[in-house]
Design a protein around this ligand. Structure first.
Ligand SMILES: [Zn+2]
Length: 262
């Protein structure tokens, strides 16, 4: 054996520390000031999503003072209870400082009663994403097919299907369209989601926490990302270093495609 065998594989060596963990979906504005300060110093790269107009403005402010944060603005389907005016957000997008929309989408599982109005608002956001070439972070429990249908008719090229729990055959269609799939730390306890990890090709996978969120006794937050990387590595039969590197490479491509940076 040559001398090279004594070396660790790339991705398992010191390089691994230089590659950040990626949290492609986090509600940063919901964390306490103390926790937020810690998160801003952990060296992670985070796509910080919003839930409504006030939280969109909070998220923009956080991104100005927190390292590694890309802000996303939007109105969560759960926040839509009647007519919604997206104009305040349109003005921000027009200003050019925000390159991502989220958390936006459709929800037929938890809030089916507002589906029609959700669809109207979602289409407005998709149109904005198309015009300004923005990326989007999607929420779509039981409405994955409907969301994909809207996106296919649009010119939106950069979308992350956050915490995908839809059918596996539809997942293939999502991936074939060139969209990304956010896999969540909940996969540790949610078998169906672990199946999604198995099915999604590495080049379309990004990691996320959706923190702070309680799920089956777990508090979902970025500190669980190393465990998620380890779980993905096991499922995909890769080293943790390689998983970390591929996820970072995917996320870098996403940022580049929408003209965002950290
Ligand atoms: Zn979320």
């Amino acid at each position: 054996m040559g001398r090279r065998s004594a070396w660790k594989k790339p991705g398992d060596c010191e390089m691994m520390d230089a590659i950040p963990f990626v949290d492609s979906h986090i509600h940063l504005y919901e964390f306490s000031v103390t926790d937020l300060r810690k998160l801003c110093e952990n060296g992670y790269v985070m796509l910080a999503v919003s839930d409504d107009i006030p939280s969109s403005f909070k998220t923009i402010e956080i991104a100005k003072r927190c390292r590694g944060v890309v802000p996303a603005i939007g109105i969560h389907p759960w926040s839509i209870r009647g007519e919604v005016d997206v104009k305040p957000l349109t003005d921000v997008i027009y200003g050019g400082s925000v390159r991502f929309l989220g958390e936006i989408g459709l929800d037929k599982l938890f809030t089916p009663e507002t589906f029609e109005i959700q669809l109207k608002v979602f289409k407005e956001f998709v149109e904005l994403a198309e015009i300004y070439k923005l990326g989007i972070s999607i929420h779509a429990p039981n409405a994955w097919k409907e969301v994909l249908g809207v996106l296919r008719k649009s010119g939106v090229r950069v979308a992350i299907f956050h915490w995908y729990t839809g059918p596996i055959d539809l997942l293939k269609e999502v991936v074939d369209e060139g969209y990304y799939v956010g896999v969540n730390v909940a996969a540790k306890v949610q078998k169906k989601h672990a199946e999604v990890i198995r099915a999604v090709p590495m080049e379309r996978l990004v990691t996320e926490s959706d923190g702070p969120y309680k799920y089956k006794g777990m508090l979902l937050e970025p500190s669980l990302l190393p465990e998620l990387v380890s779980l993905i590595a096991n499922i995909k039969e890769l080293s943790e270093g390689d998983v970390k590197m591929i996820v970072w490479s995917n996320f870098s491509k996403i940022l580049k495609a929408v003209g965002a940076s950290v």
